[in-house]
Design a binder for this molecule. Sequence first.
Ligand SMILES: [Zn+2]
Length: 448
Amino acid sequence: MHITSKNKKKSSKNKTRKHKLDKLIPKITKINDYSVLFLPLPNCKIFYASAIIYGGNIIENKNNSGISHLLEHVIMDSWKKCNKKSCFHYWEKYGTYSNAHTGNTEIKFWRQGLSKYANDIMDYIATIVVNPFIYQKSITKEKAAVRNELTTYFNNPVWKLNNFMDKHLYTKDGLIYTNDWPQQIKNLKNIKKNDLIQFAKKYFHQDRILFVVAGDYNKIQITNILKRKLKKKQNIRCISFNPSCYTLQKKVLFVKHKDAKNTKIRIYFPSITKTFNKDSHYYPFISQLIGSSGNGILFDELRTKLNLVYGAKCNLLNNSCGHFFFITISTLDKNVLKVLFKFFEIIEKYKKNTISDKKLSHFKNRYLFNNFNVKWNSSGIASFFEDTIFYQLRKSDKNILSYNQILKKIKHLSKDKIRNLIRSIFNTEQCMVGYIGKKKVNFTIKDF
Ligand SMILES: [Zn+2]
């Protein structure tokens, strides 16, 4: 292809931009005591703004469990400019895209759209979070939406296992009821407008929020909007961002489901080590090595070699409670016992022995392959940094690495280090095994 001088210039400019982003370690800016993460992306056509708030299920109790989720729905419509209608209608003509989610230790709101709407998007995100205008009409509407959402979860009986395991896994009331849909549906009826207003007032303030701004925007204008919207507040009480959430008990739990066609197994490895500690950059790699679907160690041993399962996956959850690895396996009822014994045998094997050179090379290449696909657009760069920074908001010595530094760490990861990581992560003394199916098997805490 013939390259014109104009194209050449553009591609070298893109290269410099990419080069700079690879090395970026962003810092927090304070605006009226609120934390803001500015991620400038010259020439980016899409603007992205989000707010992450420390809260979610963890700050609830049995009788208001689900209030964060309802508030999350209602707040999306709490911008006065939407003029008492759904904000969906207000934003329709702008072609923007938005969503929110409630997690165990956070609530997050975000909106993205064309750069020319950056100021409106920023105004919206800042206002709904710190100064929401809650309408009774939207509460009634969103209660119905949440009820519909929660009842769909009943279709998959695995919720019973999740709920039962939560009751044993967590120490905090709010987390204990995270997956208790019947309790949350019951609570919905009793949550009043004033409860939502007071809840937002109590928890949505500068100590607990991180705003993220990404794209090609006018920083002075965005800063001015934030200065106007984010008013200083007095007497904010500092809360701990590293609560102890887990009972760390060794247990085996069974949930009977008489119509089940097979058995679903979950194995939890919670940890109270700080969420972004010195080893945490390796955790996604370890999670892939153990249980990426299709080629992880578990899949290789349990399915390819032994034909015992259909799938075996390892997931990693990072939040304010610490990091949490969990395994999900589906198997035929007749294989449950065999799979459980085999699983712990595999884990013990890789605690004692290092993985082969072939496996090491395979998983490093896979990791690099997946990570070279990171897209440096506004939402891509935001998702690369926002959680890492949010969960360390209070830490003075934050552990934040650039994209290049992470890749370098993985390239130099040794087989011994991997074995040591497996030893520390998969601590069977704090491990909880749960399964849902037709039949209970003879497997107890003495067996792992
Ligand atoms: Zn929802």
